[in-house]
Design a protein around this ligand. Structure first.
Ligand code: GLY
Length: 378
């Protein structure tokens, strides 16, 4: 097991990465469970667990058995899979339920599932009684390496994704790698895009290791997947410790591939046609090629990024998506990006593999011309 601290002033917490962690959830989370008093209507020692239905079906028993060994029962709250659950209605229903459970400020709510459950539960806990505790039990690769770490919580509104939310850090993250075995292969690959991202943005050695070990990671070889997830989490922990609220530009580096990716998700209607991780993968290819076009990145490095993404079956060619739009329409989606500040949108570009930077002098018209070229077959 790897233990990675997220060091925040006075609020350091641990991300534990390993196999079988849910089987020992009671031991890992004891400090956050024991203070839980029987405030619920039943008067029993109940732990509120908000869970994605699939995650509960696959992993709920292991969590329940571990908590039962300490005399605790679970009060389950099921969340339907999919972004639609991250809504005002979903938030209202969840907070009402948590209040009915008698959750108090010193209590901890557990979130079992992927990014949807983690973001929704985290936001509910941020506002419940002006802030109660929560423990993240991420069950997707994307949630383990990204969304469960760093305290970004949010819901979606008709105006866009994650536009209403709060920074609210969990007290503990338990990333049980055994949960990855039940993920659909497409979802696992989509999460792998975020793993690659840490290499591309800040760690050329990790990128080179992923280039040679990608098959082992995707096949969930135990040692390879632990190294991949732990290295990713450590990279994110360093960035979050430096810039928790994304004010200095350091945390913004985590958005590598996300600005182009967001445009692709918007154009495909935030649908299963392109999963978030797939959009990030193609977004990283576009960021690398655009960096090359601007003379910052050698063409050989842009090609390496493209190959690393293509080799695991992630989308690496914009022209292959079959989009019915031009570059201006795609670039136009980035105007709604929440990172837009005073009318300009910072793009994360590359000087090298392992050396991302925030470019603030990017003209959307130039991006549109570049995307027009990319939309033509390579
Ligand atoms: N997912 C980007 C961040 O946590 O800042």
């Amino acid at each position: 097991m790897a233990v990675i601290p997220v060091e925040l002033a006075g609020r350091t917490y641990e991300v534990r990465v390993g196999h079988g962690l849910l089987d020992d959830a009671l031991e890992h989370a004891r400090a956050f469970i024991e203070p839980y008093h029987a405030g619920g209507p039943s008067g029993r020692r109940q732990i509120p667990v908000v869970a994605d239905r699939n995650a509960r079906a696959h992993h709920g028993d292991r969590l329940a058995r571990s908590l039962a060994s300490g005399g605790y029962e679970i009060a389950w709250y099921d969340v339907a899979a999919g972004e639609a659950s991250k809504s005002w209605d979903g938030l209202a229903q969840l907070t009402d339920w948590l209040l009915a459970q008698g959750v108090e400020r010193g209590d901890h709510v557990f979130a079992l599932g992927g990014g949807v459950v983690g973001d929704l539960t985290g936001f509910a806990c941020a506002i419940l009684k002006r802030g109660c505790g929560f423990v993240q039990l991420p069950t997707t690769l994307l949630a383990q390496v990204d969304s469960s770490v760093g305290g970004k919580t949010a819901i979606n509104t008709p105006a866009g994704k994650n536009l209403v939310g709060a920074f609210h850090q969990p007290s503990l993250v338990l990333a049980d790698l055994d949960t990855l075995a039940t993920l659909p292969p497409r979802e696992l690959r989509a999460g792998y895009a975020e793993v690659l991202k840490y290499g591309v943005l800040g760690d050329s050695d990790f990128f080179a290791w992923l280039e040679s070990e990608n098959d082992a990671v995707i096949a969930l070889d135990p040692a390879a997947v632990e190294r991949a997830v732990a290295t990713s989490v450590a990279a994110k922990a360093r960035i979050v410790a430096e810039d928790e609220r994304e004010t200095t530009g350091t945390r913004a580096l985590l958005n590598l591939g996300h600005t182009f990716g967001h445009a692709l998700e918007a154009e495909t209607g935030f649908s299963d046609r392109l999963l978030h991780g797939e959009a990030v993968a193609l977004g990283m290819v576009l960021a690398a090629r655009y960096s090359e076009r601007r003379g910052w990145l050698p063409i050989t490095d842009a090609e390496r990024v493209t190959r690393a993404i293509d080799r695991v079956g992630l989308p690496a060619e914009l022209s292959a998506l079959g989009l019915d739009c031009d570059g201006a329409a795609l670039a136009g989606h980035t105007r709604h990006d929440k990172k837009m500040a005073r009318g300009t949108l910072p793009f994360i570009l590359l000087r090298d593999i392992g050396d991302a930077f925030l470019a603030s002098d990017v003209e959307l018209s130039d991006v549109a011309a570049f995307l027009d070229e990319e939309l033509q077959a390579h």
